[in-house]
Design a protein. Structure first.
Length: 379
């Protein structure tokens, strides 16, 4: 392992929802360990009860990584028809809330269409049981499919997070379109879905009983949601999503709410930065808790820190930055962002996923052909 000593750096950049442009740098010292390397564009990470990590590689492989950096052979039994290309491939991984007794694992991925849907793809979720040895998935079945599948290699979303009631949230992008798809509740493009662990629709989903609606929908008007986490105190879903050029957002993601894309946004068109839609606000559409101007930070991964190892950071929101090549820490006052700062900006890494480990330290995945598992811990 290699380690380096880091300090938090003040973040320069725009914000919304009342958050200041900069935050005073914290005085927290930390060490960065490289736990493992040699992973091909790792995307999702979930800790097993024994402390080992399940890590997905976007190229279509699932690995088990130990605390001392050993990487297993690829786990067998993954879903068929993983569409690898562009932003697509094998995405997130999550453990069933009752994993200790049922050993169920959930994977999100870009699923290639077959037959009449050949040439298209969409975000799907696969459920299977992890064998006792960890070498294989068995009894796999697809429990959720984005509708419709489209011909695009962009904006799959793909984050999986379980609510406190055991239902599963699934984030989905609008697949790279600036049409009204994200506003159309008859489809699953640009939506956050909520389903039971078998893929069935909870009776209290917001559009149940609405004629023609896709009843899996929890919220809509999203562009590309790649971070999701449950607030540890309120139990409410928070998400982050990619804007176009600027306009990256952090949102409190509530049932039946419209988050505006592409009607309202703080971003603009690529290159010339022409306005998009109708401005930044509109009645009936939600405002972000915080937002980022151009150049985009490209948020991915989201975590509320509750560990004891970094006491001054308890209650903070952490999220990765891909294009920004930083780890963001946002301090909260209730549901308001009271400050933002960046960490790890001197490493030149794209941070795909951020997870709190069972040891209370912070674990990151770097998005690279030689991707790493990093750990932030006290010196």
């Amino acid at each position: 392992m290699t380690a380096c000593l880091g300090w938090a750096l003040a973040a320069c950049g725009g914000s919304g929802g009342g958050a200041p442009l900069t935050a005073a740098p914290s005085t927290v010292k930390y060490t960065v360990d490289t736990v493992a390397s040699g992973l091909e564009n790792p995307w999702g990470l979930a800790f097993l009860p024994d402390g080992r990590m399940l890590v997905t590689e976007r190229a279509g492989r699932l690995r088990i990584v130990t605390g001392d950096g050993a990487i297993s052979a690829a786990v067998t039994g993954l879903p068929a028809n993983i569409a690898v290309g562009g932003q697509g491939g094998l995405l997130d991984v999550a453990l069933d809330p009752n994993f200790a007794t049922n050993r169920r694992v959930y994977l999100s991925y870009a699923e290639a269409g077959t037959g009449s849907e050949s040439g298209t793809n969409g975000t799907s979720v696969y459920r299977a049981q992890l064998s006792p040895s960890g070498a294989a998935l068995t009894g796999g079945q697809v429990i959720f499919q984005q509708r419709p599948k489209v011909a695009s290699s962009l904006h799959f979303g793909g984050r999986l997070v379980f609510a406190n009631d055991g239902t599963l949230f699934i984030t989905m992008g609008e697949r790279g379109s600036r049409s009204d798809d994200a506003q159309d509740t008859t489809n699953l493009l640009g939506k956050v879905a909520r389903v039971q662990t078998d893929g069935s629709v909870p009776a209290d989903n917001p559009l149940v009983g609405t004629s023609g609606a896709a009843t899996e929908i929890w919220s809509w008007g999203h562009r590309n949601v790649q971070g999701a986490a449950i607030h540890p105190t309120t139990g409410v879903l928070w998400t982050n999503e990619h804007g176009p050029q600027g306009g990256d957002e952090l949102n409190i993601d509530r049932a039946g709410r419209n988050y505006g894309w592409p009607v309202i946004t703080y971003g603009c068109t690529y290159g010339v930065c022409d306005p998009i839609g109708e401005g930044t606000t509109k009645a009936g559409m939600e405002q972000p808790v915080s937002w980022w101007p151009k150049p985009s930070t490209a948020p991915s991964g989201l975590m509320f820190y509750t560990g004891a190892g970094f006491a001054p950071w308890q209650g903070s929101v952490f999220m990765g930055g891909l294009a920004g090549q930083v780890l963001w820490r946002l301090s909260l006052s209730g549901d308001t962002v009271s400050g933002r700062e960046t960490l790890l900006g001197d490493r030149g890494e794209r941070y795909r996923t951020v997870v709190q480990g069972p040891d209370g330290w912070i674990y990151l995945l770097t998005d690279d052909s030689d991707g790493k598992v990093l750990r932030l811990r006290a010196p």
